[in-house]
Design a protein around this ligand. Structure first.
Ligand code: ATP
Ligand code: MG
Length: 439
């Protein structure tokens, strides 16, 4: 149709939402290598994958994460479903969803369950390196297991994953948050300490002084370092049972030669943790980066309406692990296809498509040239594709029931060309890839 509007302008460019990233094909090999290592590791410990919805009722997170937390106070993408008025939230983490699903489907009816998940999470934070608004987590949850053996297992699982990914210098910090009554006694002492040093608290800390003073220890404000360092330590308030759990975890880790550091300030961001907490910290360009955090959260299943069941687990930030893999040179090679099919166009299309399908049957990756063009321009594409071979179907060759294989890469057979029967191209290419020079 004739466009007679002289004022028509191109529509404005549409960009993605700030803090929410595209994973482009060039990054895909790294993501895939990571995801495969995760699936292998989880399987090797008997953990099974669970997938829960991205959207949950807002009250699940308010109850399951805690009202006085960074996440619930200011980071959630919450909205009202305009169709039915429900208050919904894009999941900021997946533990609450996994526990909700385990209760809803009665997964614990026949004993403990070892579960893992992976997927996007959403938090309205100020975007910066390693901190995004849509990011990805992989996590594991051991539901129904009470002992330090389960704590040690989820920690060992992380170490095995770092090893499998070839990551070095990821160090483990652990602490114990004890039981509720122990935290209560510590809390009194903590409030007294912070009240005595009120002038050194920032606005956030002043606000939390009476609602959640433990979280003040988790501050990222360097100006509060002094007042936090001198605060009473929770570990000094632990009773015999909590200490025994913590000691046993340490002996189990030592027995597996897994080094760790006890960090008495480690409290974790979520309200429902008890006993063991841990973080994996790596050095990225001189800055400490927490790539994974976890611990025990025995009260959570009951808090979310289930029959009481102990639980522990962890969540790791995928983008941060990938950043570390990049920094340590762990980028896998780009995936390239094996064969690029060059052909004459419409007259040879059926034969070319047929040949490509047969080659794929043989397990090879094939790019079939689409859209015509001279042989010269097709060979340029074939070169750029990274394919090892071109399969060439000219009109005369197809009429004779033949095709040619061309070696595209330097080294073995570079530049060579061989004619093969069309009904044997798949076998011939498989032989050629195996290094058989007789074809
Ligand atoms: P932080 O103290 O860095 O805000 P957090 O305590 O909020 O972390 P968790 O809720 O324990 O983090 O999430 C587990 C892991 O998920 C973190 O250790 C981190 O690697 C990753 N993570 C958390 N928030 C983000 C984010 N906004 N962007 C990217 N990764 C994140
Ligand atoms: Mg946070």
């Amino acid at each position: 149709m004739h466009d007679d509007n002289p004022n028509r302008s191109t529509p404005p460019k549409l960009n993605g939402v700030r803090g929410m990233n595209d994973v482009l094909p060039a990054d895909e090999p790294l993501w895939r290598a990571f995801e495969e290592a995760v699936a292998d590791t989880m399987r090797s410990y008997g953990y099974r994958q669970i997938r829960t919805p991205i959207v949950e009722h807002t009250r699940l997170f308010v109850r399951g994460i805690g009202e006085v937390t960074d996440i619930v106070e200011k980071e959630m993408y919450s909205f009202t479903d305009v169709l039915n008025g429900e208050d919904l939230t894009l999941r900021p983490e997946n533990t609450a969803g996994v526990v909700r699903a385990a209760i809803e489907h009665n997964l614990l009816y026949d004993g403990p369950k070892r579960l893992w998940y992976a997927g996007p999470m959403f938090r309205h934070e100020r975007p910066q390196k390693g901190r995004y608004r849509q990011f990805h987590q992989v996590g594991a949850e051991a539901l129904g297991l009470a002992g330090p053996d389960a704590d040690a297992e989820v920690i060992l699982m992380c170490q095995r994953l770092w090893d499998q990914l070839g990551l070095a210098g990821v160090s483990l910090e652990i602490n114990s948050l004890g039981a509720a009554d122990e935290r209560r006694a510590h809390r009194e002492a903590l409030i007294a300490h912070f009240e005595a040093h009120r002038d050194q608290l920032d606005a956030d800390a002043q606000r939390r002084l009476h609602s959640n003073p433990l979280r003040i220890l988790d501050t990222k404000n360097p100006e509060m370092r002094g007042v936090v360092e001198s605060a009473p330590r929770l570990i000094d308030f632990l009773g015999a049972d909590s200490l025994a759990h913590f000691e046993r975890l340490q002996t189990l880790l030592r027995a597996q030669n897994l080094p760790f550091r006890i960090n008495p300030r480690l409290v974790r961001g979520l309200d429902y943790y008890n006993l063991t907490v841990f973080e994996w910290v790596a050095d990225l360009g001189g800055a400490a980066l927490t790539i994974c955090g976890g611990g025990r959260y025995d009260p959570l299943v009951e808090m979310l309406g289930g029959k009481p069941a102990p639980a522990c687990g962890f969540a790791m930030g995928v983008e941060r692990v990938l950043e570390l893999m990049r920094a340590q040179g762990g980028e896998p090679a780009q995936a390239q296809c094996d064969v690029y099919v060059v052909h004459h166009g419409d007259a040879t299309l059926e034969a070319a498509m047929q040949a490509a399908e047969r080659i794929r049957d043989a397990g090879l990756d094939v790019l079939l040239h689409c859209g015509g063009g001279s042989f010269k321009s097709q060979f340029r594409r074939a070169d750029g594709s990274g394919a090892q071979f071109a399969l060439i179907l000219g009109v005369d060759e197809v009429a004779r029931g033949e095709a040619s294989i061309k070696w595209l890469r330097e080294g073995e057979g570079g530049g060579r060309q061989a004619t093969v029967p069309l009904d044997r191209v798949a076998e011939a290419l498989a032989d050629a890839i195996a290094g058989d020079a007789s074809i």
